[in-house]
Write a protein that binds this ligand. Structure first.
Ligand code: OKP
Ligand code: MG
Ligand code: ZN
Length: 343
């Protein structure tokens, strides 16, 4: 399988993540992507390509132009106010307040976000743009006939809504890929999110549409991030009713349980008969992950990859989470090798 990777991911190098009342060193750090790339090379998974530049066109097919413009100037606007640290949202429109875009940067940071752990500094814009280009280049490879491609995206994307950042995500790479397939004449696309966390952004972007089926398997949002979306009674709305599926699990879930939901998801995808599949691949389901609570083993990722291959669909993998950096390379590449037939 071919891998798409951009060295520009390292332009995202924030020093802070608000966690437990402290500003800690972020879990979503450059070594994540470098460790996966090293494993791709070590295992000779396949050719490694740098992304093409696709411009903002395919991004604004799923994100609003005002949100994209906000991200482009956020760090500059923050610095222009003379703020000493990294840009962090700290105020939101609560119930009963006005959902309008304020002029000042504190107000706009709150308007365009849903969480406060995701700081912004110099280079975040460039890295997020490169990450979307990585995803779109993998999509192009598959549209040109590759059975599958691995978009080694960083920063991740599945938490980003049309006009909200958060959960380490800015552009929803999986959604951008799915929309690119649609715009190129693929009639139906399925997105399967196997990251530990609910793909809230992906769900929201396609919630009222029947042409993109969204499925996410994740930790119960009654207990973990993103807390306010991802419950099993969220089925889609309007024309999209029946085209969103959430499968939630409790702490300690092993592959033997998790894979039952995967089977449900695979059967739903088969019934949908999509023309392409996007897999939002997080490996924070790993037993050693520092911020998650599932118990998948490294060997389980080979089994997962093999099961996804059996769907028989043109497939783009977009890299999402995974925070046990020592294991992230083996686990992510195991999915690709399982897909390619290794057991
Ligand atoms: C991004 B992705 C940890 C709190 C977690 C943010 C999690 C973002 C996950 N103390 N807060 O889905 O892997
Ligand atoms: Mg998920
Ligand atoms: Zn995650």
């Amino acid at each position: 399988m071919k891998t798409v990777f951009s060295p520009l991911h390292s332009r995202r190098h924030v020093q802070t993540e608000l966690d437990g009342g402290l500003l800690i060193a972020p879990h979503e750090k450059p070594s994540r992507a470098e460790t996966i790339l090293a494993r791709v090379k070590d295992q000779a998974l396949g050719e490694i390509l740098e992304p093409e530049e696709f411009g903002l066109g395919p991004i604004t097919r799923v994100h609003t132009p005002d949100y994209v413009a906000f991200l482009e100037t956020c760090w500059r606007d923050w610095q222009a106010e003379g703020k000493p640290g990294e840009a962090i949202p700290a105020v939101w429109a609560g119930r009963g307040m006005r959902h309008r875009v304020p002029k000042d940067i504190d107000g706009r940071l709150g308007y365009y976000s849903f969480a406060a752990e995701t700081s912004i500094s110099d280079g975040t814009w460039e890295a997020a743009r490169a990450s979307a280009n990585v995803a779109l280049t993998a999509q192009k490879l598959v549209a040109q006939g590759e059975r599958a491609a691995f978009a080694l995206c960083r920063p991740p994307g599945h938490h980003a809504h049309a006009d909200l950042f958060g959960g380490y995500c800015f552009f929803n790479n999986a959604a951008v890929v799915a929309q690119a397939f649609r715009d190129q004449g693929y009639g139906k696309v399925a997105i399967l999110d196997v990251d530990f966390h609910h793909g809230n952004g992906t769900q929201a972007i396609f919630y009222n549409r029947a042409d993109v089926l969204t499925i996410s398997l994740h930790g119960d949002p009654d207990l973990v991030f993103p807390h306010f979306l991802g419950f099993e009674d969220e089925l889609g709305e309007g024309p999209g009713e029946g085209y969103n599926l959430n499968i939630v699990y409790p702490p300690g879930t092993p592959y033997s349980t998790w894979s039952q939901g995967l089977e449900t998801a695979c059967r739903r995808i088969e019934a949908f008969k999509p023309d392409a599949l996007v897999v939002a691949l997080g490996v924070d389901t790993f037993e050693g992950d520092p911020i998650s609570f599932f118990k998948l083993t490294s060997a389980d990722y080979l089994t997962l990859g093999n099961r996804l291959q059996q769907l028989g669909l043109p497939t783009v993998f977009t890299m999402e989470g995974g925070y046990d950096v020592d294991a992230i390379g083996v686990n992510a590449v195991n999915v690709m090798q399982g897909f390619d037939g290794k057991s």
